[in-house]
Ligand binder design. Structure first.
Ligand code: F6P
Length: 357
């Protein structure tokens, strides 16, 4: 008999509740273990009393299709230098380790992106905790896994947005620019761009010139097709290589604005009317796609099986149609950018989509 904890950390995405449900089914339903759902990532473990809820099959009965995470999450504050109300920073790692012990856990499952999983692993090593990792991020750039939870839903949402923009672009003879998420990588942009029939796709992995993009739109105009669809990843820089950011009220630099930058320049060089849609967090919310539900369910069951085998410090990954267990250190060491020579880029070029280069 084991008692395990589960927490969701970093930005939310569709499919997190599906993992929580799968973990609970496997652990409680199959093995008869206890599962403690920890609130708001490591913050639940550093709070006193520890903030957690015992999960059972009833509590996870209707969450499969729900967006967000029933446990809450946060990507504010590194626990090794956690911002305190008085403006100082405190190393909370020992509080988190103590929280794990107070809950009487035998193992912890952490669902996160590369940043939060690396932090959780460091804490687990420091406290000698039994830790297993599940990758999630709409950006799909984490570790060795071919898929992370949330990516497919985000691509679906971005593709649907393009489908909608297509008709309004055509009706108004406009150049529609869709700015999609992806903090460092262009996976959402290239995938949704191809699936949604974009004319131009700009990703941070491929440098572009405005001249090339203008030429593509002007070619369309010369052929009598007076509208174009442009997809741009938020991580794309200006032509001069500057990141377009704005500061939020915490003084943090956020990505955003490259869509408007392009709109201004493209309307000048093509004479077309331009409009920008920034999809933002709609890509993270909502009902998970069937594929995300499947991956989340497979990852949840497999993570519990790892614990049953007492095979800790591993991450579940998706490789060649199945779950493969990989040591976390090894798994996180593979940052996944879009491969400029890969199939999707070749496909886009084969479809005469302008990639800006
Ligand atoms: O990493 C996921 C992600 O949604 C990125 O695509 C985006 O740049 C970032 O998180 C936004 O973070 P926040 O929710 O803090 O605004």
């Amino acid at each position: 008999h084991k008692r395990i904890g589960i927490l969701t950390s970093g930005g939310d995405c569709a499919g997190l509740n599906a993992v929580i449900r799968a973990v609970t089914h496997r652990a409680v339903g199959t093995y008869g273990w206890d599962v403690m759902g920890i609130y708001r990532a490591t913050q639940g473990l550093m709070s006193r009393p520890v903030q957690a809820i015992e999960l059972d099959l009833d509590k996870v009965d209707s969450i499969l299709t729900k967006g967000g995470t029933m446990l809450g999450t946060t990507n504010k504050g590194n626990p090794f230098a956690f911002p305190m109300p008085d403006g100082t920073f405190h190393d909370c790692s020992e509080d988190i380790i103590e929280g794990y012990r107070q809950l009487g856990l035998d193992a912890l499952i952490g669902i996160g992106g590369d940043g939060s999983l690396a932090i959780l692993r460091k804490i687990a090593q420091q406290g000698n905790l039994n830790f297993v990792a599940i990758p999630k991020t709409i950006d799909n750039d984490v570790g060795i896994t071919e898929r992370s939870i949330g990516f497919d839903t985000a691509v679906n949402i971005a593709t649907e947005a393009l489908d909608r923009l297509h008709f309004t672009a055509a009706s108004h003879d406009r150049v529609m620019i869709l700015e999609v998420m992806g903090r460092d990588a262009g996976h959402i942009a290239i995938s949704a761009g191809i699936a949604g029939g974009a004319d131009v796709i700009l990703i941070p992995e491929i440098p572009y010139t405005l001249d090339n993009v203008c030429r593509k739109i002007q070619e369309h105009q010369a052929q009598g097709r007076n509208f174009s669809l442009v997809v741009v990843s938020e991580a794309v820089c200006t032509e001069q290589g500057e990141t377009v950011t704005w500061s939020d009220r915490f003084g943090e630099c956020r990505l955003g604005g490259i869509g408007q930058y392009l709109a201004d320049r493209l309307s000048t060089c093509t004479g077309a009317e331009t409009r920008v849609t920034v999809l933002g967090h709609t890509q993270r919310g909502g009902i998970p796609s069937p594929l995300d539900r499947l991956i989340a369910s497979a990852f949840g069951v497999a993570a519990v099986d790892l614990i049953a085998d007492e095979k800790y410090d591993h991450m579940v990954t998706w490789q060649q149609r199945q779950v493969v267990y990989v040591p976390i250190q090894e798994a996180l060491g593979h940052y996944q950018a879009v491969d400029p020579q890969g199939t999707l880029v070749k496909t886009a070029r084969g479809l005469q989509i302008c990639l800006g280069d």
